[in-house]
Design a protein around this ligand. Structure first.
Ligand code: ATP
Ligand code: MG
Length: 480
């Protein structure tokens, strides 16, 4: 999608109304009534009206029923054909209810009765133009999402179509063009930085720098000079003037990651920078004006940090102008298969491996897992699986044990160790599933490998309420 798609619709394009009436007096009076709110065009006949609708972008057609030659009702379907988005209203005589009903049947949006009432015309035009504006907005959002949310690369590199993610994309689309400060919240690895980059790329700052700063990745003593820069000699070791990230992001976007970890004194300094739109380098004496859009991110609950007095309340409100929450992966499990496909494709290409898909069993296991490290963890697991896979389709055995058998891992990780019987049952389930997958869900062959009767397997599957995936081993898997 291009920037041009986003620029539509023009924010407040005045509407265009076409009055189709053979009486010059009627056309003139409507022009007077609507003057100032929209552009009014006139046509004396149906033929002339059709010509105008074909060549101009008309929002509302006020069509008189009694015209010389063909009637309004006759013209109506052809007007709608010429531009199906145009709103048509038929003007009838007060007592002509039948015509009004017929008009609605033929696609008129409403009807008006003659003689006209000034307020009725104003209200009708207002309603019609609002409807058109809303339709344009929907079209714009749809075009912003189509071809991007559907492609494997997703929306600006964000894969996923869960309604909550679509809401994130819509929000990004909506606010990108403004310079409002954004606070992105979400657990680690959910894609906060990708969202920040999407905001930048879709803004009119896209050709200017996007500068990320992770305050936790810097030694405490360096954070201030990283952000605000320093003058030569500002402190021991400051051999030359250094520009801070604020200045480097001038004209662009500054991404402040893990903002919750910012030291209290720097929180005050940041607040000042945001309010005054200027900064002072360390050891400097004059203020430097900055034009920077700030997007901040946090994986801690900043509101709680404010309550605990470790984060300044005024800074919180200053940053939280537009909040965007990125949900954890376990709350959008239906996106997992899509992400798996995306990562398999990517790593197969990058690592030059002939891997073209993931088995149904592996996808099932990946979908069930809770992903505490979110998309980043999934990304790593798929990279490893693609590199280690011995066949073109990634199998359950290529998935790390703690992902494929989270129950076992959590049993060992937690203090609440469970009875051996439960642990064995869980192990047995995973093991039987793996063997079944290996044999393409041929229960008899799996039974032979496992040295049990096939009825034992069928009974166990029933006990675990598990079924063979749809049809064939890879039916519900991911294929590229
Ligand atoms: N929806 C997604 N589609 C594709 N890749 C994603 C998606 N979300 C995250 N990723 C990938 O997962 C990794 C982590 O994403 P990112 O760095 O944006 O997360 P984060 O929320 O900033 O994490 P942290 O809190 O740890 O900084 C990146 O490699 C990113 O490309
Ligand atoms: Mg991050």
């Amino acid at each position: 999608m291009t920037r041009a798609d986003l620029e539509a619709p023009p924010p407040s394009r005045p509407g265009t109304v076409l009055v189709v009436d053979d009486e010059e007096g009627v056309r003139a009076s409507i022009r007077v009534i609507l003057e100032g709110t929209c552009e009014v065009l006139g046509a004396e006949s149906g033929a002339e009206a059709l010509e105008i609708v074909r060549t101009r972008d008309v929002d509302l057609v006020m069509l008189d029923q009694r015209l010389p030659g063909e009637t309004g009702l006759d013209i109506l379907p052809r007007l709608r054909e010429a531009d199906p988005t145009t709103v048509v209203v038929l003007a009838t005589a007060v007592d002509d209810v039948r015509t009004a009903v017929e008009a609605l049947k033929r696609g008129a949006w409403d009807y008006l009765t003659k003689p006209f009432d000034v307020d009725a015309i104003l209200m009708l035009a207002g309603r019609a133009l609002d409807k058109r504006a809303l339709e344009r907005e929907v079209l714009c959002l749809r075009s912003a999402l189509s071809g991007t949310a559907d492609a494997t690369d997703g929306f600006e590199g964000l894969v996923g179509r869960h309604p909550d993610m679509v809401r994130v994309y819509q929000m990004v689309t909506q606010i990108a063009a403004t310079s409002a400060t954004v606070l992105i919240t979400g657990e680690s690895g959910t894609g906060k930085e990708l969202v920040a980059r999407a905001i930048h790329r879709r803004s009119d700052r896209a050709s200017q720098p996007f500068v990320p700063v992770n305050v936790t990745a810097l030694p405490d003593t360096l954070v201030e000079s990283e952000l605000f820069g320093h003058e030569k000699g500002a402190f021991t070791g400051a051999h030359a003037r250094k520009l801070g990230k604020f200045e480097l992001a001038h004209g662009g976007t500054l991404f402040l990651d893990e903002i919750g970890s910012l030291r209290p004194d720097l929180q005050s300094k940041l607040l000042r920078a945001l309010q005054e739109r200027e900064i002072e380098r360390l050891g400097g004496t004059r203020a430097v004006p900055i034009d920077v859009r700030v997007v901040a991110a946090t994986n801690v609950n900043l509101r709680a940090a404010v309550r605990d007095r470790v984060f300044r309340e005024d800074l919180y409100y200053r940053l939280n102008v537009v909040p965007i929450h990125v949900p954890p992966l376990r709350e959008r499990r239906e996106d997992i298969a899509r992400l798996v496909e995306h990562f398999v494709r990517r790593f197969a290409r990058e690592c030059r491996r002939d891997v073209r898909g993931v088995s149904a069993g592996a996808v099932q296991a990946l979908t069930r897992y809770d992903w505490p490290g979110n998309v980043r963890e999934l990304e790593n697991v798929i990279q490893r699986a693609v590199v280690l896979a011995r066949r073109p389709v990634v199998q359950l055995e290529d998935v790390p044990l703690d992902v494929a058998m989270p129950e076992t891992a959590s049993l060992l990780a937690t203090d609440g160790i469970q009875p051996l019987k439960e642990a064995c049952d869980q192990f047995e389930r995973q093991y039987v599933l793996r063997v079944l997958e290996r044999t393409g869900w041929n229960v008899s062959r799996a039974a032979r490998h496992l040295g049990v009767h096939r009825n034992t397997i069928l009974a166990r599957l029933a006990h675990w309420r598990l079924q063979r995936p749809a049809s064939g081993p890879d039916a519900a898997g991911v294929r590229l």
